[in-house]
Design a protein around this ligand. Structure first.
Ligand SMILES: [Zn+2]
Length: 113
């Protein structure tokens, strides 16, 4: 159900942005998705297909860009981007990391007519 609420807000943001630009049709919605936001792009697409019926976003394609995980090391203070499978500071190997990003899910840009 998480994706349904997310898709609703993505759709609202996109429709508003399209209206402001005087666009009549949204072809694609580009999203930035953090590794911990828990949103699966395929689910967003499925919900969008239903929710966008009869709006300028009908038939729009979801293009998701997965963001890297940014952390700050509590031991050496270095900020870095790490992968989800190897969660340790690249500089000193510490596991005491502070998460700087990861939960965002934002509309990056639109492709409109
Ligand atoms: Zn470190």
């Amino acid at each position: 159900m998480h994706e349904l609420a997310v898709t609703q807000s993505i759709l609202e943001i996109s429709l508003r942005a399209a209206r402001e630009r005087g666009a009549t049709k949204i072809r694609a919605i580009r999203l930035s998705i953090g590794p911990f936001c828990g949103v699966i792009p395929e689910c967003v697409q499925t919900y969008l297909d239903v929710l966008a019926k009869g709006t300028p976003a009908e038939g729009a394609r979801i293009e998701a860009k997965l963001l890297p995980l940014r952390v700050r090391c509590r031991d050496c203070g270095k900020e870095s981007e790490i992968s989800r499978t190897h969660i340790a500071c690249p500089a000193c190997g510490s596991l005491r990391l502070e998460r700087l990003s990861g939960r965002e899910c934002t509309v990056e840009s639109l492709e409109v007519d």
